[in-house]
Write a new protein. Sequence first.
Length: 283
Amino acid sequence: LGGGMLDVDAALQHSRGNVLVRSNPTADRRAFIDRTVPAGDYTLVVRGGAEGTPSRGFSSYSSLGNYGISGTVTNTGTPAPPTPQPPTPVPPTPVPGAAYLTLRQNNGATITGAEFGFLSDGWASEYPSETDVAVTLEGNCELQWTSFDLEDSENCKYDWILITSGGSSQKYCGSTLPPTASFSGSVTVALHSDEGLEKSGFDLEFRCNAAPPTPTPPTPTPPTPQPPTPEPPTPQPPTPVPGAAYLTLRENNGATFVGAVFGFLSDGWATEYPAETDVEVTF
């Protein structure tokens, strides 16, 4: 395929949608397909390829132009036995207590200390083309993939999942499950897809426990100063009335005094007067 202006990126695709072979040679505008396959329905997909970078090459966005196709198809007379169909994907078993979300629904979100399952949009049929979505998880997290099928390519240059944590990144594509991995702190899961050849996507389950906060020692609070308890004044003996004697009410209970000068003290004065007392004096 080629001979014109287009940098050909060609793929032979089965009627079920899976790519059997792909060709986009480096430094060659042509593509070559040579594959023996069982009898059946196949599609030859041609699109613009890419070479290097836009500054030192060109991207698929600017890869346009005419091309030609030549070739032969042989041994078509003997029908081949039907190719067994792959099983229909079964929805994932939910994580206990978890909900299933999609990356697109939560694009740009940061999730802390949670337990969820993530499905690619359109899971079990095809994820959308031309997609860039990402979710950040925080805490002590474990990521486990139970289903994974993205368009495969060298260095995952078309569709990929990118896992980023602690300044390092790892890209995944194809149909091999990424390994179960544990992260502490922050991990970002990003999905990218180009304009064609989407697959069934992925099912990712994760469990994140919120990282315990760093304990802060309590700030000691100085005690509130209490005002001193005032001491009762020491009783002073009375100043004698000139020419007077001091008596007690009990000693003179019921008495009447006329034209006299005395001082009266309660019984037990300066310590305690008696309980249950009723005494009186008349002047």
